[in-house]
Design a protein around this ligand. Structure first.
Ligand code: PRT
Ligand code: ZN
Length: 302
C-alpha cells in the first residue's frame, strides 16, 4: 500500500531494494552522513541524522512513485526513467520527471543485437522484423526516428534467448560487458540509449520545505562525489625545472609551490580531479620531478 500524499517536512527518496543499484545508492547516501532506522519489513528506512527517509522498492516502480508524489527523489537507471516517461506520455499522462544528477555508475547501453553470423548494414535492415525487448517505448521512439517499422515483442526477462526460441528475430536489450549477448550468439550493432544511475526528481521545485532538505542533500552529495574523485598530487623538482613541470600537471586546483629548506628545490602539491595516470607520473619524472606521490583525499573544507 502506498502512503497518502500529504504535506511532509521530510524528504522521501526511493532506491532499489535489491539488485545492481541498491547497494551503491545506499553507500552514496551514507557517504553524505545519512543514517537510518530500518522498519521491520525492511521496506522503509527512517532517517535519523537528517529528515531524509528511504523507500526500498523495485527499480521499475521508482519513476511512478515520484510522478505520483509518493516519493520526492529516486536513484534509478536512465533506461527505466526514459521508458517510464515515454509510456506515461503514450497514455496521455505526461508528468515531467528530470535527472537532477548523473551519478556515473550503473553504466550500460540499450543496444540492438543481431545474430553474430549476420552482417549489419544499418537500421533499415530491421524493417518488418520482430524485436524482443523490455523497453518497447524507447525502442519505438528510436525506430520512429530512423523511419523504420518493426514489431516490438515485449518480454520482461531473458530477452537474449528470444531469437533462439523463435519468439523474435533480433533483440534490444541492456548491455554492459556484452558477455550475455555473446553467450547467446548475438552481437550488438547499434546503441539506442546510453544509461547510468541518476537522481530522478520532478521537473519543478518541491513543496513544504522539502526543497531545502533536497538542496542540503544534493550539496553534500556533490561534495562526496567530488571528494571520491579527488587526489592530492605531491612532488619535488629543481627550481630551474619548475616551469616544465608546471606545464605537465594534470587538470585541477592551482598548485602550491613551497621552497625546500637548504636545497635549490621546490615541493609542489595540488588537488587533482580524477585519477592521475602512470603515464603522467612518468612524464613528470622524465622532466625532472621526483618523490612523486598521489594520495586519496578523505576530507575537504575550502
Ligand atoms: O528487482 P528489480 O526490478 O528492482 O531489478 P531489475 O532486475 O529490474 O534490475 P537490475 O538490478 O538487474 O538492474 C538495475 C539497473 O542496473 C538497470 O535498470 C540498469 O540501469 C543498470 N544496469 C547496468 C544493468 C546492467 N548494467 C546489466 N548488465 N541492468 C541489467 N544488465 C543485464 C544485461 O541486460 C544482461 O542480461 O545484466 C546482464 C549482464 O550483462 P553483460 O552485458 O555484462 O553480460
Ligand atoms: Zn526492474
Amino acid at each position: 500500500m502506498t502512503p497518502p500524499a500529504q504535506p511532509r517536512e521530510r524528504l522521501r527518496v526511493a532506491i532499489q531494494k535489491s539488485g545492481r543499484l541498491g547497494d551503491p545508492a545506499r553507500e552514496l547516501l551514507a557517504s553524505c552522513g545519512l543514517t537510518w532506522r530500518e522498519s521491520r519489513d525492511r521496506l522503509f528506512c527512517y532517517g535519523e541524522s537528517l529528515p531524509v527517509d528511504l523507500l526500498l522498492v523495485r527499480d521499475d516502480d521508482i519513476p511512478g512513485l515520484i510522478a505520483d508524489g509518493v516519493c520526492d527523489l529516486g536513484i534509478v537507471g536512465r533506461n527505466v526513467l526514459v521508458e517510464h516517461g515515454l509510456a506515461r506520455e503514450a497514455q496521455g499522462r505526461g508528468v515531467e520527471l528530470t535527472e537532477w544528477r548523473q551519478l556515473g555508475w550503473g553504466t550500460c547501453r540499450l543496444d540492438i543485437a543481431i545474430d553474430e553470423e549476420q552482417e549489419w548494414t544499418g537500421p533499415e535492415q530491421l524493417a518488418g522484423l520482430r524485436i524482443a525487448t523490455s523497453y518497447p517505448h524507447t525502442l519505438g521512439r528510436w525506430l520512429a526516428e530512423q523511419g523504420v517499422q518493426a514489431e516490438p515483442i515485449v518480454l520482461n526477462g531473458s530477452v537474449e534467448i528470444a531469437p533462439r526460441l523463435g519468439q523474435a528475430d533480433v533483440v534490444c536489450d541492456l548491455v554492459s560487458t556484452g558477455g550475455t549477448l555473446r553467450a547467446n550468439q548475438l552481437t550488438p550493432v547499434t546503441t539506442i540509449l546510453h544509461s547510468e544511475a541518476v537522481i530522478a526528481g520532478p521537473g519543478r521545485t518541491l513543496d513544504d520545505g522539502r526543497q531545502e532538505i533536497a538542496d542540503l542533500l544534493l550539496r553534500r552529495l556533490d561534495g562526496a562525489v567530488q571528494l571520491k574523485e579527488s587526489r592530492l598530487l605531491m612532488l619535488r623538482t629543481a627550481r630551474s625545472g619548475l616551469d616544465t613541470v608546471l606545464g605537465l600537471l594534470p587538470e585541477g586546483h592551482e598548485p602550491t609551490v613551497m621552497a625546500v629548506e637548504g636545497r635549490d628545490e621546490v615541493a609542489l602539491q595540488m588537488l587533482v580531479h580524477g585519477p592521475v595516470s602512470w603515464a603522467r607520473l612518468e612524464d613528470l619524472k622524465r622532466c625532472g620531478a621526483h618523490n612523486l606521490m598521489v594520495l586519496p583525499v578523505e576530507g575537504m573544507l575550502a
